[in-house]
Ligand binder design. Sequence first.
Ligand code: ARG
Length: 291
Amino acid sequence: MLRLTRRAPDSGRPTTQGRTPMRTAMPRRYLMCRPTFFDVVYSINPWMDPGKPVDTALAVAQWEQLREVYTGLGHTVDLIDPVDGLPDMVFAANGATVIDGRALVARFRDAERVAEGPAYRDWLRDNGFPDLKTAELVNEGEGDYLLVGDLLLAGTGFRSDPRSHAEAQEFFGRPVISLTLVDPNYYHLDTALSVLDDRTIAYYPPAFSSGSQAVLRRLFPDAVIATDADARVFGLNATSDGLNVVLPQGAVDLAAQLRDRGFQTVGVELSELLKAGGSVKCCTLELRPAS
Ligand code: ARG
Protein backbone atom coordinates (compact mmCIF):
# COMPACT_ATOMS: atom_id res chain seq x y z
CA MET A 1 0.00 0.00 0.00
CA LEU A 2 1.10 3.48 -0.74
CA ARG A 3 1.45 5.64 2.31
CA LEU A 4 2.17 9.30 2.05
CA THR A 5 4.39 10.55 4.81
CA ARG A 6 4.52 14.25 4.21
CA ARG A 7 5.46 17.04 6.52
CA ALA A 8 5.24 20.77 6.07
CA PRO A 9 8.57 22.26 4.99
CA ASP A 10 8.75 24.45 8.06
CA SER A 11 8.47 21.48 10.43
CA GLY A 12 12.20 20.87 10.11
CA ARG A 13 14.21 21.61 13.20
CA PRO A 14 17.12 23.97 12.82
CA THR A 15 20.21 21.98 11.88
CA THR A 16 23.67 22.46 13.32
CA GLN A 17 24.29 24.74 10.32
CA GLY A 18 21.57 27.10 11.52
CA ARG A 19 18.05 27.43 10.20
CA THR A 20 16.62 24.81 7.87
CA PRO A 21 17.12 26.11 4.32
CA MET A 22 14.15 26.94 2.10
CA ARG A 23 13.55 24.10 -0.32
CA THR A 24 12.06 24.52 -3.78
CA ALA A 25 10.50 21.83 -5.94
CA MET A 26 11.49 21.85 -9.62
CA PRO A 27 9.21 19.94 -11.98
CA ARG A 28 10.94 16.98 -13.61
CA ARG A 29 10.53 14.91 -16.73
CA TYR A 30 10.90 11.20 -16.08
CA LEU A 31 10.91 8.11 -18.25
CA MET A 32 9.44 4.92 -16.79
CA CYS A 33 8.72 1.40 -18.06
CA ARG A 34 5.70 -0.55 -16.81
CA PRO A 35 6.81 -3.91 -15.34
CA THR A 36 4.44 -5.93 -17.54
CA PHE A 37 7.09 -8.60 -18.12
CA PHE A 38 8.85 -8.22 -14.75
CA ASP A 39 10.18 -11.43 -13.19
CA VAL A 40 13.31 -12.78 -11.53
CA VAL A 41 14.57 -15.54 -13.82
CA TYR A 42 18.32 -14.96 -13.53
CA SER A 43 20.60 -13.56 -10.85
CA ILE A 44 23.02 -10.74 -11.56
CA ASN A 45 23.02 -9.19 -8.08
CA PRO A 46 22.71 -10.67 -4.57
CA TRP A 47 19.05 -9.61 -4.22
CA MET A 48 17.87 -11.77 -7.10
CA ASP A 49 16.76 -15.31 -6.24
CA PRO A 50 15.05 -16.98 -9.20
CA GLY A 51 13.69 -19.60 -6.76
CA LYS A 52 11.53 -17.00 -4.98
CA PRO A 53 8.07 -16.37 -6.43
CA VAL A 54 7.40 -12.96 -7.97
CA ASP A 55 3.93 -11.45 -8.18
CA THR A 56 4.05 -9.51 -11.43
CA ALA A 57 0.56 -8.05 -10.97
CA LEU A 58 1.60 -6.70 -7.58
CA ALA A 59 4.79 -5.27 -9.11
CA VAL A 60 2.66 -3.46 -11.69
CA ALA A 61 0.31 -2.10 -8.99
CA GLN A 62 3.23 -0.87 -6.85
CA TRP A 63 4.88 0.71 -9.87
CA GLU A 64 1.59 2.44 -10.82
CA GLN A 65 1.55 4.01 -7.37
CA LEU A 66 5.04 5.39 -7.90
CA ARG A 67 3.94 6.83 -11.23
CA GLU A 68 0.91 8.43 -9.57
CA VAL A 69 3.11 9.96 -6.89
CA TYR A 70 5.19 11.60 -9.60
CA THR A 71 2.24 12.96 -11.55
CA GLY A 72 0.67 14.10 -8.26
CA LEU A 73 3.84 16.09 -7.54
CA GLY A 74 3.48 17.76 -10.94
CA HIS A 75 6.19 15.83 -12.79
CA THR A 76 5.86 14.64 -16.38
CA VAL A 77 6.14 10.88 -16.82
CA ASP A 78 6.87 9.45 -20.26
CA LEU A 79 6.52 5.73 -20.84
CA ILE A 80 8.64 3.37 -22.90
CA ASP A 81 6.97 0.13 -24.04
CA PRO A 82 8.15 -2.89 -22.07
CA VAL A 83 9.65 -5.74 -24.10
CA ASP A 84 8.74 -9.36 -23.48
CA GLY A 85 11.86 -11.27 -22.46
CA LEU A 86 13.52 -8.24 -20.79
CA PRO A 87 12.29 -8.63 -17.19
CA ASP A 88 14.62 -5.92 -15.81
CA MET A 89 13.56 -3.28 -18.32
CA VAL A 90 11.39 -1.68 -15.60
CA PHE A 91 14.65 -0.28 -14.21
CA ALA A 92 14.63 2.68 -16.58
CA ALA A 93 17.43 4.49 -14.72
CA ASN A 94 19.85 2.04 -16.29
CA GLY A 95 18.87 2.88 -19.87
CA ALA A 96 20.91 6.06 -20.28
CA THR A 97 22.15 9.27 -18.71
CA VAL A 98 20.45 12.37 -20.13
CA ILE A 99 21.91 15.81 -19.41
CA ASP A 100 21.44 19.07 -21.35
CA GLY A 101 19.14 17.23 -23.75
CA ARG A 102 21.96 14.86 -24.75
CA ALA A 103 21.88 11.15 -24.05
CA LEU A 104 24.69 8.71 -23.33
CA VAL A 105 22.93 5.39 -23.85
CA ALA A 106 23.80 2.42 -21.67
CA ARG A 107 25.93 -0.55 -22.53
CA PHE A 108 25.05 -3.31 -20.08
CA ARG A 109 27.53 -5.68 -18.44
CA ASP A 110 25.25 -8.70 -18.45
CA ALA A 111 24.02 -10.53 -21.56
CA GLU A 112 20.51 -10.75 -20.04
CA ARG A 113 20.16 -6.95 -20.20
CA VAL A 114 22.17 -6.06 -23.30
CA ALA A 115 19.07 -5.68 -25.54
CA GLU A 116 17.68 -2.96 -23.27
CA GLY A 117 20.32 -0.53 -24.55
CA PRO A 118 18.97 -0.37 -28.14
CA ALA A 119 15.37 -0.21 -26.84
CA TYR A 120 16.17 2.89 -24.76
CA ARG A 121 18.29 4.35 -27.58
CA ASP A 122 15.40 4.05 -30.06
CA TRP A 123 12.92 5.59 -27.65
CA LEU A 124 15.23 8.54 -26.92
CA ARG A 125 16.00 9.11 -30.60
CA ASP A 126 12.28 9.10 -31.48
CA ASN A 127 11.16 11.26 -28.56
CA GLY A 128 13.22 14.40 -28.77
CA PHE A 129 16.76 13.25 -27.98
CA PRO A 130 18.46 12.73 -31.36
CA ASP A 131 21.78 13.94 -29.93
CA LEU A 132 22.84 10.64 -28.45
CA LYS A 133 25.63 8.12 -28.36
CA THR A 134 25.77 4.55 -27.11
CA ALA A 135 28.56 4.15 -24.59
CA GLU A 136 31.56 2.22 -25.86
CA LEU A 137 32.43 0.85 -22.45
CA VAL A 138 30.11 -0.81 -19.94
CA ASN A 139 27.96 2.00 -18.57
CA GLU A 140 24.70 1.30 -16.75
CA GLY A 141 23.25 4.78 -17.08
CA GLU A 142 21.82 6.55 -14.07
CA GLY A 143 22.32 3.40 -12.04
CA ASP A 144 25.96 4.51 -11.83
CA TYR A 145 25.86 8.16 -12.96
CA LEU A 146 24.25 10.79 -10.74
CA LEU A 147 24.35 14.51 -11.44
CA VAL A 148 24.78 16.86 -8.45
CA GLY A 149 24.86 20.45 -9.62
CA ASP A 150 27.75 20.57 -12.11
CA LEU A 151 29.40 17.37 -10.94
CA LEU A 152 28.70 13.94 -12.31
CA LEU A 153 29.24 11.32 -9.63
CA ALA A 154 30.13 7.99 -11.23
CA GLY A 155 30.13 4.56 -9.65
CA THR A 156 32.27 1.56 -10.49
CA GLY A 157 33.30 -1.68 -8.83
CA PHE A 158 30.53 -3.94 -10.01
CA ARG A 159 28.88 -2.69 -13.20
CA SER A 160 30.07 0.40 -15.06
CA ASP A 161 33.64 0.10 -16.33
CA PRO A 162 35.90 2.64 -14.56
CA ARG A 163 37.09 3.76 -18.03
CA SER A 164 33.49 4.67 -18.88
CA HIS A 165 33.89 7.59 -16.47
CA ALA A 166 36.34 9.33 -18.82
CA GLU A 167 34.02 8.61 -21.74
CA ALA A 168 31.13 10.26 -19.88
CA GLN A 169 33.26 13.27 -18.92
CA GLU A 170 34.22 13.75 -22.57
CA PHE A 171 30.63 13.36 -23.79
CA PHE A 172 28.98 15.68 -21.28
CA GLY A 173 31.86 18.08 -20.66
CA ARG A 174 31.17 17.88 -16.95
CA PRO A 175 33.67 16.93 -14.28
CA VAL A 176 33.24 13.29 -13.32
CA ILE A 177 34.05 12.12 -9.82
CA SER A 178 34.88 8.39 -9.74
CA LEU A 179 33.58 6.47 -6.75
CA THR A 180 34.33 2.82 -6.03
CA LEU A 181 31.64 0.56 -4.62
CA VAL A 182 32.83 -2.35 -2.49
CA ASP A 183 29.72 -4.12 -1.14
CA PRO A 184 27.96 -6.37 -3.71
CA ASN A 185 24.58 -5.60 -2.13
CA TYR A 186 25.07 -2.00 -3.28
CA TYR A 187 26.23 -2.75 -6.78
CA HIS A 188 25.03 0.44 -8.48
CA LEU A 189 25.80 3.96 -7.24
CA ASP A 190 22.08 4.74 -6.94
CA THR A 191 21.68 1.96 -4.36
CA ALA A 192 24.08 3.72 -1.96
CA LEU A 193 23.78 7.43 -2.72
CA SER A 194 20.94 9.77 -3.52
CA VAL A 195 20.97 13.31 -4.83
CA LEU A 196 18.63 15.59 -2.90
CA ASP A 197 19.40 18.92 -4.56
CA ASP A 198 22.25 20.65 -6.42
CA ARG A 199 24.48 20.54 -3.34
CA THR A 200 23.06 17.91 -1.05
CA ILE A 201 23.40 14.15 -1.09
CA ALA A 202 22.61 11.27 1.22
CA TYR A 203 24.79 8.15 1.22
CA TYR A 204 25.77 4.99 3.00
CA PRO A 205 29.55 5.15 3.68
CA PRO A 206 30.25 1.39 4.09
CA ALA A 207 29.20 0.82 0.46
CA PHE A 208 32.26 2.79 -0.69
CA SER A 209 36.01 2.19 -0.63
CA SER A 210 37.83 4.19 2.04
CA GLY A 211 39.29 6.56 -0.58
CA SER A 212 35.84 7.19 -2.06
CA GLN A 213 34.45 7.81 1.43
CA ALA A 214 37.14 10.45 1.92
CA VAL A 215 36.23 12.06 -1.42
CA LEU A 216 32.56 12.19 -0.44
CA ARG A 217 33.38 13.70 2.96
CA ARG A 218 35.52 16.35 1.28
CA LEU A 219 32.92 17.28 -1.36
CA PHE A 220 29.83 16.93 0.80
CA PRO A 221 30.70 17.59 4.46
CA ASP A 222 27.02 18.19 5.26
CA ALA A 223 25.69 15.04 3.60
CA VAL A 224 22.92 13.02 5.18
CA ILE A 225 24.40 9.72 6.38
CA ALA A 226 22.12 6.69 6.06
CA THR A 227 22.00 3.94 8.67
CA ASP A 228 22.51 0.23 7.94
CA ALA A 229 18.76 -0.28 8.24
CA ASP A 230 17.98 2.52 5.76
CA ALA A 231 20.46 1.09 3.26
CA ARG A 232 19.12 -2.46 3.59
CA VAL A 233 15.62 -1.40 2.56
CA PHE A 234 17.14 0.52 -0.39
CA GLY A 235 16.28 3.84 1.24
CA LEU A 236 18.94 5.61 -0.82
CA ASN A 237 17.32 4.49 -4.06
CA ALA A 238 15.30 7.69 -4.00
CA THR A 239 14.42 10.62 -6.25
CA SER A 240 14.15 14.27 -5.28
CA ASP A 241 12.78 17.36 -6.97
CA GLY A 242 14.61 19.61 -4.53
CA LEU A 243 11.79 19.56 -2.00
CA ASN A 244 9.92 16.25 -2.26
CA VAL A 245 11.96 13.10 -1.77
CA VAL A 246 10.28 9.91 -2.98
CA LEU A 247 11.84 6.92 -1.26
CA PRO A 248 11.12 3.33 -0.22
CA GLN A 249 8.63 3.36 2.61
CA GLY A 250 10.72 1.25 4.97
CA ALA A 251 13.50 3.86 5.20
CA VAL A 252 12.04 5.49 8.27
CA ASP A 253 15.22 6.85 9.85
CA LEU A 254 16.34 8.37 6.58
CA ALA A 255 12.91 9.94 6.03
CA ALA A 256 13.08 11.51 9.51
CA GLN A 257 16.57 12.90 8.83
CA LEU A 258 15.37 14.36 5.53
CA ARG A 259 12.40 16.05 7.17
CA ASP A 260 14.76 17.52 9.75
CA ARG A 261 16.63 19.07 6.82
CA GLY A 262 13.45 20.64 5.45
CA PHE A 263 12.58 18.06 2.77
CA GLN A 264 9.14 16.52 2.44
CA THR A 265 9.13 12.76 2.14
CA VAL A 266 6.84 10.42 0.25
CA GLY A 267 7.24 6.75 1.13
CA VAL A 268 6.38 4.19 -1.57
CA GLU A 269 6.15 0.41 -1.22
CA LEU A 270 7.99 -1.38 -4.04
CA SER A 271 8.64 -4.72 -2.34
CA GLU A 272 8.17 -6.82 -5.50
CA LEU A 273 10.76 -4.83 -7.41
CA LEU A 274 13.22 -5.14 -4.53
CA LYS A 275 13.31 -8.89 -5.34
CA ALA A 276 15.32 -7.87 -8.42
CA GLY A 277 17.46 -5.41 -6.44
CA GLY A 278 15.65 -2.26 -7.50
CA SER A 279 13.38 0.42 -6.10
CA VAL A 280 12.26 4.03 -6.64
CA LYS A 281 15.28 5.53 -8.38
CA CYS A 282 15.97 2.41 -10.45
CA CYS A 283 12.49 2.77 -11.97
CA THR A 284 13.10 6.40 -12.90
CA LEU A 285 15.24 7.90 -15.67
CA GLU A 286 15.47 11.67 -15.55
CA LEU A 287 15.25 13.40 -18.95
CA ARG A 288 17.08 16.68 -18.45
CA PRO A 289 16.34 19.20 -21.18
CA ALA A 290 18.83 21.40 -22.96
CA SER A 291 19.32 24.48 -20.81
N1 ARG B 1 18.07 -6.58 -11.62
C1 ARG B 1 18.64 -5.35 -12.07
C2 ARG B 1 20.13 -5.51 -12.23
O1 ARG B 1 20.74 -6.16 -11.41
C3 ARG B 1 18.32 -4.26 -11.11
C4 ARG B 1 18.74 -2.90 -11.60
C5 ARG B 1 18.51 -1.83 -10.60
N2 ARG B 1 18.70 -0.57 -11.15
C6 ARG B 1 19.38 0.45 -10.59
N3 ARG B 1 19.36 1.60 -11.15
N4 ARG B 1 20.09 0.26 -9.51
O2 ARG B 1 20.73 -4.99 -13.15
